[in-house]
Design a protein around this ligand. Structure first.
Ligand SMILES: [Zn+2]
Length: 320
């Protein structure tokens, strides 16, 4: 629908141009009125169709992919703009290679994954495993959110087993509000409005468990998500199985890898997430959801109402 409306607006603009430049019998007043009406229609159509801008920020080049990749695909398919940012270059995430060689490999994997997800992918050049919530990195994060002119920002919670994940959570929280303060990172224009900030789902219980405020049914795009995750070869088939002690389970036959990955990367739908699905999609539809991605609203960004959330997550509009 959104693409249709955008095309309608484009067609109207072309019609106006043709009227002015290619109409042989130019009748000034009549054509002026006609152009004015068409211009109003084009403006109205475009105003209804300003694409949303979503930025997901993870610690490593595969974090956003796993935690928000299905939602990103749905946004992208609806004509919205999604960007993934990895705060570190991933140069520590492998058992047999490291440093610049690994960072380069992971950059290429991230770019390929970005294509498969339909999102822009940027990897910042901070060392993996050494991230700190410094002022320098906070300013990097503020600039990335501003440059993307984000409506929605999604990042990890600051409760996590991995220090890079924890500090990415802190860095993004520290950027919330500051993105609208002109005197901070003054070289990049501030946002006119604090975006809505959300957290990716995790399973840590202390100091408080994750609260699934928004849950997106990603069942229809799950295979595409897996295909995109498959681009992170160094991670999903090498490093994560090695550090997790299940390297022997990775299929030797490349053709069998993606179906193995679909099982390996599946996230269990916990009861709290199922309850939230019922709220957004209705009991019947919720019971059929096979794969979902959940998000918690961060208190430091704009506080969205339920109507705001339906506008910001338009895939929920299909729900009753
Ligand atoms: Zn990570």
């Amino acid at each position: 629908m959104r693409l249709f409306k955008t095309r309608l607006a484009q067609s109207l603009v072309i019609a106006i141009r043709n009227l002015y430049f290619h109409t042989p019998s130019f009748k000034p007043m009549k054509n002026f009125i006609l152009c004015f009406i068409l211009l109003l229609l084009a403006n109205f159509s475009m105003a209804q169709n300003t694409p949303l801008r979503i930025i997901m920020i993870g610690a490593h080049p595969d974090d956003c992919d796993q935690d928000g990749g299905g939602t990103a695909i749905l946004f992208s398919k609806m004509g919205h703009a999604v960007k993934f940012v990895s705060v570190t270059n991933g140069d520590a995430g492998h058992q047999s290679i490291g440093g610049g060689m690994l960072a380069k490999r992971r950059m290429l994997e991230a770019k390929e994954a970005g294509k498969r997800f339909g999102v822009e992918y940027e990897v910042l050049d901070n060392h993996d495993g050494e991230l700190l919530p410094s002022l320098e990195v906070r300013l990097q994060v503020i600039r990335k959110i501003r440059e993307w002119n984000a409506d929605i920002v999604i990042a990890p919670r600051p409760n996590d087993y991995h220090p890079d994940h924890r500090y990415t959570g802190v860095l993004v929280q520290d950027a919330a509000y500051m993105v609208a303060v002109p005197n901070v990172a003054a070289d990049t224009p501030p946002l006119k409005k604090n975006p809505v900030f959300l957290y990716f789902q995790d399973f840590f219980q202390r100091p408080n468990p994750f609260r699934p405020d928004v849950v997106i049914d990603i069942s229809s795009v799950y295979q595409q998500k897996i295909h995109a995750l498959d681009a992170h070869e160094s991670q999903v088939y090498e490093w994560l199985p090695w550090i997790g002690g299940y390297l022997d389970q990775v299929p030797k036959d490349v053709a069998q890898r993606e179906s193995w990955l679909a099982t390996n990367r599946a996230v269990k739908i916990i009861p709290e997430v199922r309850t939230s699905l019922e709220k957004w999609y209705g009991r019947d539809a919720a019971s059929k959801v096979m794969h979902a991605e959940a998000f918690e609203i961060c208190e430091y960004g704009s506080r969205p109402t339920e109507e705001d959330l339906k506008r910001l997550f338009p895939m929920l509009k299909k729900a009753p």
